[in-house]
Design a protein around this ligand. Structure first.
Ligand code: NAD
Length: 287
């Protein structure tokens, strides 16, 4: 029977570390503020933004939401990005995705200054990660590394297989696993014989966005399995990319859905906001 990678517990640890860091910064006269750009009324985005606001308030981070109708122009958003980059009161900010059709997220994200890029998704942040320069790390992959580390799972020298090559999860996770000295294989929709490749893994991370796609045939006895997927299940609850009941007896560790990677993603956003505030407080002043 596998041990559970409890994301709720690890996220609570991260939040409490963030809260004490926020308090210390406040004592030094450095408030932490996290801003969000929200465009349109997509119900999932509206819900995510309010939960991120709630999370921030809980740890003493001030949050501001810049709301726009779907018809807002690219230029107006680009101007706001520049304003937030320059505003010394803003520690970090992000654009809630997806943006409505007609707006180009990549060009907007590319304008976010790396020091405030709390989602860690700008090309510059991604490049800094790839070449080993300090940067704010994308929340989901960083949350996975934290979840593993906080459970004492050693990555150095291990065979890690990541299923999925998105800019949001798969690619940055591969970079972080390399940094941890794992041997990394990245699989995707064109991978030939996925079960065979996946069975090599000491650590198997599944971020394919395909409901319950991974089963016992993909998993080596004693592997660590991290499930990133989030889907609505038949009975209304959430399920992942992994068939939990089938994989759990084979794995040494497994992350559940819900309660695994999701809470860590949320906690790492707060971690990034506080790290951004600290970096800006410590950076030499321009002038
Ligand atoms: P995406 O759709 O951008 O990328 C999916 C990747 O999986 C692609 O690279 C694709 O090549 C690969 N893939 C698709 N089908 C495959 C198959 N049959 N075999 C092998 N590879 C396949 O998705 P994403 O943004 O990386 O998200 C992945 C999943 O993780 C989604 O379910 C998403 O909702 C979830 N997610 C969860 C969190 C969280 O905090 N828990 C955060 C981000 C994403």
């Amino acid at each position: 029977m596998a041990k559970i990678l409890d994301g709720k517990a690890a996220a609570a640890e991260v939040r409490s570390e963030v809260a004490s860091e926020v308090a210390k910064l406040k004592e030094r006269g450095v408030p932490v503020r996290l801003d969000v750009i929200l465009v349109g009324q997509d119900p999932a985005s509206v819900t995510y933004v309010s939960s991120k606001e709630r999370d921030s308030q809980e740890v003493g981070i001030e949050s501001r939401v810049h709301r726009f109708p779907s018809e807002v122009s690219q230029q107006e958003l680009a101007t706001l990005v520049e304003t937030l980059n320059e505003d010394v009161a803003v520690s970090g900010f992000f654009i809630q995705l997806p943006l409505p059709e007609g707006l180009d997220p990549v060009s907007l994200i590319s304008r976010i200054t790396p020091a405030k890029d709390v989602d860690g998704l700008s090309p510059e942040s991604a490049g800094r990660l790839a070449v080993g320069l300090p940067s704010l790390l994308p929340c989901t992959p960083h949350g996975i590394i934290q979840l593993l580390g906080r459970n004492g799972i050693e990555l150095s020298g291990s065979e890690a297989v990541v299923i999925g090559r998105s800019n949001l999860v798969g690619k940055p996770l591969a970079q972080l696993l390399l940094r941890e000295n794992a041997t990394v294989t990245v699989c995707h929709s064109r991978t030939r014989d996925l079960p065979e490749v996946a069975r090599r893994a000491d650590l198997l991370v599944v971020a394919a966005g395909q409901k319950e796609m991974v089963g016992a045939e993909h998993v080596k006895e004693g592997a660590v399995v991290v499930d990133v997927g989030i889907h609505r299940g038949e009975e209304g609850g959430l399920v992942g990319d992994v068939r939990f009941d089938e994989v759990e007896p084979k794995a040494a560790w497994i992350s559940p859905v819900p309660g695994g990677v999701g809470p860590m993603t949320r906690a790492m956003l707060l971690h990034n906001a506080v790290r951004a505030a600290r970096m800006q407080a410590e950076a030499p002043k321009r002038g």
